[in-house]
Design a protein around this ligand. Structure first.
Ligand SMILES: *[C@@H]1O[C@H](CO)[C@@H](O)[C@H](O)[C@H]1NC(C)=O
Length: 330
């Protein structure tokens, strides 16, 4: 019997990686209905955005605020779409504006305001072992970073990342012409990265992962299924019908490599823009990456180059489009 979990989305406040789960409410679990049709209905994203709470994240580095243009449902598809901050707040905002996010330490002023807003949606529901399936078409455009991932509800309960683990079902750059500086392969929108992170400490992090490439098309040109099958004996991440990362639980469990899995995991779906996911030394065409990793001015370097990257965002092609999300507790 399947105990499906309803997926609702929750606003976050201006939190960083390590504290993502701190303001989650209780998981809202579905009934134990035996009627598959009813289960199926309950799993499809609600038509009405009133069930969703939105949040504009930012972007270069973290997330904040909340604007409806950044996440909305249209014809049964959920869109997560980055937009320019000046388009919402006016041209002077990046010099003289004030922005309060939903969590207290998130007041930003003038030049500290991120030039792009986006959304990060997180599920109230969480599971420990189970199945997750997301059918999505990825955002296409330079320096967009698609992410479908799962974090433990209390990531610090056993001493901080990566001890409690992280599932990255999908991460992909939206760039059309972007080459890995090391292996010369594409690292753009035709390349989907899937990774599991865990381990006893950041120095001893284990990260089994794989990249899946499409040929002659991209993950931004059609809907694909991104999934996780997680049992006591294994965790498998897959794309469409193919398992791409398989982690087999050792006889002695993972417990000695951190405390994975010690906790329920919730789902996060977001599009970030710019930031540290894009490495210096990787090759973008037809112009190089317009900011320097770690530079104090990196956000402004990025914004100053908007005449290069913004024309690569073509309407809703630059949105992560999600047709359905299913989470099933085994
Ligand atoms: C990555 O893919 C290769 C080829 O399919 C496979 O042999 C390997 O086990 C995969 N790695 C992981 C960690 O699953």
């Amino acid at each position: 019997m399947c105990n499906y979990v309803f997926v609702l989305f929750v606003v976050g406040s201006c939190l960083t990686h390590g504290s993502l789960a701190s303001n989650l409410n209780e998981a809202q679990t579905g009934d134990n209905s035996d009627d598959p049709a009813q289960d199926e209905r309950s799993l499809v994203l609600p038509e009405s955005p009133r069930y969703l709470q939105r949040r504009a994240t930012t972007v270069l580095y973290d997330d904040f605020s909340s604007e409806p243009e950044n996440s909305y449902v249209k014809n049964g598809v959920l869109y997560i779409r980055p937009t320019l901050t000046v388009d919402h707040f006016g041209d002077d905002f990046l010099r003289t504006g004030d922005l309060d996010a939903a969590g207290a330490p998130c007041h930003l002023h003038g030049k500290d305001i991120h030039p792009v807003m986006s959304a990060m949606l997180r599920s109230y529901a969480s599971i420990r072992y189970g199945k997750v399936e997301i059918v999505a078409k990825l955002a296409k455009g330079d320096w967009l970073w698609n992410a479908l991932w799962m974090m433990p509800k209390a990531p610090a309960a056993y001493g901080g990342w990566p001890r409690s683990g992280e599932f990255d079902l999908l991460e992909a750059a939206g760039n059309r012409h972007y080459i890995h500086g090391g292996n010369g392969k594409s690292a753009g929108i035709d390349a989907a990265h899937s990774t599991i992170h865990y381990g006893a400490s950041t120095e001893h992090e284990l990260r089994p992962g794989n990249t899946t490439w499409l040929h002659g098309t991209t993950f931004g040109d059609g809907f694909h299924k991104y999934w996780l099958d997680w049992t006591e004996s294994h965790a498998i991440i897959g794309i469409d019908d193919h398992p791409v990362v398989t982690l087999t639980t050792p006889h002695t469990s993972f417990w000695q490599d951190g405390h994975f899995p010690g906790d329920n995991f919730f789902l996060i779906m977001n599009v970030a823009v710019g930031g540290d996911m894009f490495w210096d030394g990787w090759i973008n065409s037809p112009y190089p990456k317009p900011w320097t990793h770690g530079a104090a001015e990196q956000m402004h370097q990025f914004w100053a180059a908007r005449h290069l990257w913004y024309p690569t965002w073509h309407g809703e092609d630059a949105a992560l489009q999600i047709r359905s999300v299913k989470m099933q507790q085994y």
